[in-house]
Every structure is written in C-alpha cells, then in structure tokens.
Design a protein around this ligand. Structure first.
Ligand SMILES: C[S@@+](CC[C@H](N)C(=O)[O-])C[C@H]1O[C@@H](n2cnc3c(N)ncnc32)[C@H](O)[C@@H]1O
Length: 279
C-alpha cells in the first residue's frame, strides 16, 4: 500500500463535513435506534470500575458515557471535531471521561488500556490490519477488545428494503463497489474480521451474531426523514436530481409502509459482536 492508500484522509474529510452535522443533529435519535445493539455490545465488553477503556470512533460519546456509568475511566477517540465537541458538551464535569481528536489507527496513546471498545467505529480504516495491530499494542497484556459492526446490507432489511426501493433511480456505479472498502459494511464478512484480528496478534477471537429491531420512525414520513439525514442512503439521495429523488423517495415510502407496527416503522438489523484478548 502507498502512504496515500494507507491514509484515512478521505474519512477524516467525510467525518468533519455534513455527515458529522447530521450525526450531531440526530444524536438522540441515533442513540435510541442503536440502544439495544449498544447495550448488548457493552454487556459483552463488561467494563469494570476503574478500568481504562478506549472507545474507538466514539462519535458523539453515547457509549463513552454509558461505560463511565459502569465506573470505567473512558477515553473517547475520534477524527470528527464536531462530534467530539458534542461529546465533550454532553459529558462536561464528568471526571471519568476524556475525549481526544486523533486517528485511532496510529495515534501514540500515552496509556495502555484494559479494554478497547467500539460501536460501529472500526470499519473505516484504510488499512485495518495496521490499525488493529496498533490497537493491539495500545492494550495492557491482559487487555481485551470488543466491538460491534454491521453484517451485510442484505442481512439488514432496515437498510436494504429502502435501499432496494431507491436503487432503480440511482446512477449506475462506474465500477462494482469493493465490499471491503472503508465504510459501514467493510466488516460484514466474519472470516475477514477473524483474519485481521488473528494477524494483529489477538487470541480467543469470537465473532457472534446479534440482531435487533430497528425503529426508523413513528410513521413513514418520520422514517423517510431519518433515512434522508442519516446513513448510507442519505449520501446517495443528496446527489440526485430533484425529480429522481422524489421518485426514489416515493418508492421508499411504498416499500417501508408494510413494516408499520403500533410503535412505528420497524425493520430488523443484524450485526457481529467481535471480542478477543490481547494475548
Ligand atoms: C458510524 S460512526 C459511529 C459513532 C459512534 N461510535 C456511535 O455509535 O454513535 C463512526 C465513527 O468512527 C469515527 N472514525 C472513523 N475513522 C476513524 C479513525 N481512523 N480514528 C478514530 N475515529 C474514526 C468517525 O469519525 C465516526 O465518529
């Protein structure tokens, strides 16, 4: 890999642009949407009082705050200045928390952590092998790793149902997308994740499935507004001409309407919870 291919520059730009604004504006909604998955990942990580925890790609700090409630001393690390500013504001006065603006794949951390945790923050590295080797070196000898990442889009109807409906109105990609390119689904293949962690030196690697209901909104319009603002679809829809966008959104409305329940529009989501020891 060249230095440029190895660099997370594109992701740093992305997570300091409109994506960060959307995440900050939707922080409460995102934390609600991800609550069940988040609770299960944190239960698996089992942060202990006084442990030093690194929350990788902590974003707006939701999981950092939760792990501090367990009594852990949490360092949230992220490349997104706007999301970190929000995390700092939410946690002001909490001495168990600190947030640092840095690239977790190469930052020279000045602590060795008991636990490295992440909720959907480790799939964006240009060179995941190098990043996890670095994270391995940031752990205490007895340290452990635990993160949650998405299974493939087809196993995530909350994204594939609206995404499939919008598809006919989207431009053809110039080349077939690389499923392992940095992005939300880069770790969809558990064998690939296992191999990265193994090569990085981790032992006792477990990659377990975890599913949950994803409530996109109270009704179809709320769900569409959410999809327009957050996640992979928002980027694609934002670039469409108005006419194509309106047609795509009508198709999305029709596709998600059958998923209405008493609580709102609910589709299923599927993740992996990966855990390992430093060894
Ligand atoms: C999908 S968001 C998840 C945010 C947060 N963990 C949550 O669940 O709300 C991914 C996060 O990873 C961060 N990120 C991406 N690459 C990173 C890197 N190399 N080092 C640190 N953070 C990174 C992004 O800035 C973003 O905040």
């Amino acid at each position: 890999m060249t230095a440029e291919q190895n660099s997370n520059r594109e992701q740093i730009e992305f997570w300091n642009g409109p994506a960060a604004e959307s995440w900050v504006a939707s922080q409460e909604r995102m934390d609600q949407l991800l609550a069940e998955l988040s609770d299960r990942a944190i239960a698996r990580a089992a942060p202990q009082p006084a442990e030093a925890v690194l929350d990788i790609g902590c974003g707006c700090g939701g999981t950092s705050l939760t792990m501090a409630e367990y009594g852990a001393r949490v360092t949230g690390v992220d490349i997104s200045e706007p999301m970190l500013a929000h995390a700092r504001a939410r946690s002001a006065g909490n001495e168990l928390l600190e947030f640092i603006a840095a690239d977790a794949s190469n930052h020279p951390f000045n602590t060795r952590y008991d636990l490295a945790f992440s909720r959907f923050g480790v799939m964006f590295f240009a060179n995941p092998q190098q990043a996890f080797t670095h994270i391995h070196s940031a752990l205490q000898d007895h340290g452990r790793l635990c993160f949650i990442c998405w299974q493939s889009p087809r196993d995530n109807p909350w994204l594939s149902v609206p995404g499939g409906a919008a598809q006919p109105f989207l431009p053809e990609p110039e080349s077939p997308p690389d499923p392992k390119a940095p992005g939300p689904f880069a770790f969809a293949d558990p064998a690939y994740v296992q191999d990265i962690l193994d090569q990085a030196g981790f032992i006792n690697i477990a990659i377990e499935p975890c599913t949950a209901d994803m409530r996109l909104g109270g009704d179809v319009e709320e769900a569409v507004a959410f999809l327009l603002r957050n996640g992979p679809m928002s980027r694609v829809l934002a670039d469409l001409e108005e006419d194509a966008r309106n047609k795509a959104l009508d198709a999305v409305r029709e596709a998600i309407a059958p998923y209405a329940e008493d609580s709102g529009i609910v589709l299923s989501g599927a993740c992996w919870i990966a855990s390992a020891n430093r060894g």
